[in-house]
Design a protein around this ligand. Sequence first.
Ligand code: ZN
Length: 149
Amino acid sequence: MLKQTHLFAGTVLVEGFLLYNNLDLENVVHPRVFAENAPAIGAAMIGSIFPDIDIKISGLSHRTLTHWPLLYGFGILAAKWSSDKIVMMFCLGCLMHIFLDAFTKRGVPVFHPFGKKYGVKLVRVGGISEMFFCLVIFIAALGLWQFWH
Ligand SMILES: [Zn+2]
Protein backbone atom coordinates (compact mmCIF):
# COMPACT_ATOMS: atom_id res chain seq x y z
CA MET A 1 0.00 0.00 0.00
CA LEU A 2 1.05 3.59 -0.52
CA LYS A 3 2.22 5.72 2.40
CA GLN A 4 -0.88 7.93 2.17
CA THR A 5 -3.14 4.87 2.47
CA HIS A 6 -1.25 3.76 5.59
CA LEU A 7 -1.50 7.26 7.08
CA PHE A 8 -5.22 7.35 6.28
CA ALA A 9 -5.68 4.01 8.07
CA GLY A 10 -3.60 5.45 10.94
CA THR A 11 -6.17 8.21 11.36
CA VAL A 12 -8.87 5.54 11.67
CA LEU A 13 -6.78 3.87 14.37
CA VAL A 14 -6.55 7.25 16.14
CA GLU A 15 -10.33 7.54 15.83
CA GLY A 16 -10.63 4.17 17.58
CA PHE A 17 -8.22 5.37 20.29
CA LEU A 18 -10.31 8.51 20.85
CA LEU A 19 -13.56 6.55 20.97
CA TYR A 20 -12.08 3.91 23.29
CA ASN A 21 -10.96 6.67 25.67
CA ASN A 22 -14.30 8.54 25.41
CA LEU A 23 -12.65 11.53 23.82
CA ASP A 24 -14.19 13.57 21.05
CA LEU A 25 -12.88 16.45 19.01
CA GLU A 26 -14.29 19.00 21.46
CA ASN A 27 -12.45 17.77 24.55
CA VAL A 28 -9.28 16.42 22.89
CA VAL A 29 -8.24 19.97 21.92
CA HIS A 30 -8.21 20.99 25.59
CA PRO A 31 -4.49 21.62 26.33
CA ARG A 32 -4.27 19.17 29.26
CA VAL A 33 -6.17 16.39 27.45
CA PHE A 34 -4.19 17.01 24.29
CA ALA A 35 -0.86 16.87 26.15
CA GLU A 36 -1.87 13.56 27.75
CA ASN A 37 -2.90 11.90 24.50
CA ALA A 38 -0.79 13.50 21.75
CA PRO A 39 2.21 11.15 22.26
CA ALA A 40 0.01 8.05 21.85
CA ILE A 41 -1.74 9.58 18.83
CA GLY A 42 1.64 10.45 17.28
CA ALA A 43 2.94 6.95 18.02
CA ALA A 44 -0.06 5.44 16.21
CA MET A 45 0.58 7.61 13.15
CA ILE A 46 4.32 6.82 13.12
CA GLY A 47 3.55 3.13 13.63
CA SER A 48 1.18 3.20 10.66
CA ILE A 49 4.13 3.87 8.33
CA PHE A 50 7.06 2.47 10.36
CA PRO A 51 7.26 -1.05 8.83
CA ASP A 52 8.24 0.45 5.45
CA ILE A 53 11.46 1.74 7.04
CA ASP A 54 12.96 -1.45 5.62
CA ILE A 55 13.01 0.28 2.22
CA LYS A 56 15.60 2.71 3.64
CA ILE A 57 17.77 0.05 5.34
CA SER A 58 20.34 -1.44 3.02
CA GLY A 59 20.75 -5.19 3.39
CA LEU A 60 17.21 -5.70 4.67
CA SER A 61 14.71 -6.95 2.11
CA HIS A 62 11.31 -5.25 1.88
CA ARG A 63 8.48 -6.89 3.83
CA THR A 64 10.58 -9.11 6.03
CA LEU A 65 11.47 -8.38 9.67
CA THR A 66 9.66 -5.03 9.96
CA HIS A 67 6.50 -6.57 8.45
CA TRP A 68 6.43 -9.57 10.79
CA PRO A 69 3.27 -9.27 12.93
CA LEU A 70 4.59 -11.40 15.78
CA LEU A 71 7.23 -8.75 16.55
CA TYR A 72 4.52 -6.17 17.28
CA GLY A 73 2.38 -8.77 19.03
CA PHE A 74 5.21 -9.14 21.56
CA GLY A 75 5.37 -5.34 21.74
CA ILE A 76 1.66 -5.18 22.58
CA LEU A 77 2.09 -7.78 25.32
CA ALA A 78 5.00 -5.79 26.77
CA ALA A 79 2.98 -2.56 26.52
CA LYS A 80 -0.02 -4.17 28.18
CA TRP A 81 2.19 -5.52 30.96
CA SER A 82 3.79 -2.12 31.57
CA SER A 83 0.62 -0.07 30.80
CA ASP A 84 2.53 1.88 28.17
CA LYS A 85 -0.01 3.65 25.92
CA ILE A 86 2.64 4.99 23.54
CA VAL A 87 4.24 1.60 22.78
CA MET A 88 0.76 0.06 22.54
CA MET A 89 -0.41 2.58 19.94
CA PHE A 90 2.88 2.34 18.01
CA CYS A 91 2.57 -1.45 17.79
CA LEU A 92 -1.13 -1.24 16.87
CA GLY A 93 -0.20 1.20 14.09
CA CYS A 94 2.42 -1.25 12.81
CA LEU A 95 -0.09 -4.12 12.91
CA MET A 96 -2.59 -1.98 11.00
CA HIS A 97 0.11 -1.38 8.37
CA ILE A 98 0.83 -5.10 8.06
CA PHE A 99 -2.90 -5.90 7.92
CA LEU A 100 -3.30 -3.54 4.96
CA ASP A 101 -0.18 -4.87 3.21
CA ALA A 102 -1.66 -8.36 3.52
CA PHE A 103 -4.31 -7.31 0.98
CA THR A 104 -1.67 -6.75 -1.72
CA LYS A 105 -0.21 -9.24 -4.20
CA ARG A 106 3.12 -9.36 -2.42
CA GLY A 107 1.68 -10.37 0.96
CA VAL A 108 3.44 -10.34 4.32
CA PRO A 109 5.44 -12.90 6.31
CA VAL A 110 3.40 -14.67 8.99
CA PHE A 111 5.28 -17.58 10.55
CA HIS A 112 8.87 -16.43 10.01
CA PRO A 113 10.12 -12.90 9.21
CA PHE A 114 12.10 -14.18 6.22
CA GLY A 115 9.72 -16.99 5.29
CA LYS A 116 6.86 -17.36 2.85
CA LYS A 117 4.57 -14.36 2.46
CA TYR A 118 0.81 -14.68 2.66
CA GLY A 119 -1.84 -12.28 1.48
CA VAL A 120 -5.36 -11.92 0.15
CA LYS A 121 -3.99 -10.43 -3.11
CA LEU A 122 -6.96 -8.11 -3.72
CA VAL A 123 -5.15 -4.79 -4.10
CA ARG A 124 -2.55 -3.59 -6.59
CA VAL A 125 -0.34 -0.97 -4.93
CA GLY A 126 -1.16 2.46 -6.37
CA GLY A 127 -3.97 1.08 -8.52
CA ILE A 128 -7.68 1.83 -8.63
CA SER A 129 -8.22 -1.11 -6.26
CA GLU A 130 -6.19 0.74 -3.60
CA MET A 131 -8.40 3.83 -4.02
CA PHE A 132 -11.46 1.59 -3.63
CA PHE A 133 -9.85 0.08 -0.53
CA CYS A 134 -9.46 3.61 0.92
CA LEU A 135 -13.16 4.19 0.30
CA VAL A 136 -13.95 1.00 2.23
CA ILE A 137 -11.74 2.21 5.11
CA PHE A 138 -13.52 5.58 5.06
CA ILE A 139 -16.96 3.95 5.19
CA ALA A 140 -15.77 1.68 8.02
CA ALA A 141 -14.49 4.74 9.92
CA LEU A 142 -17.83 6.51 9.48
CA GLY A 143 -19.64 3.40 10.63
CA LEU A 144 -17.40 3.12 13.68
CA TRP A 145 -18.11 6.75 14.58
CA GLN A 146 -21.88 6.37 14.08
CA PHE A 147 -22.01 3.10 16.01
CA TRP A 148 -20.12 4.53 18.96
CA HIS A 149 -22.16 7.75 19.23
ZN1 ZN B 1 4.58 -2.06 4.15
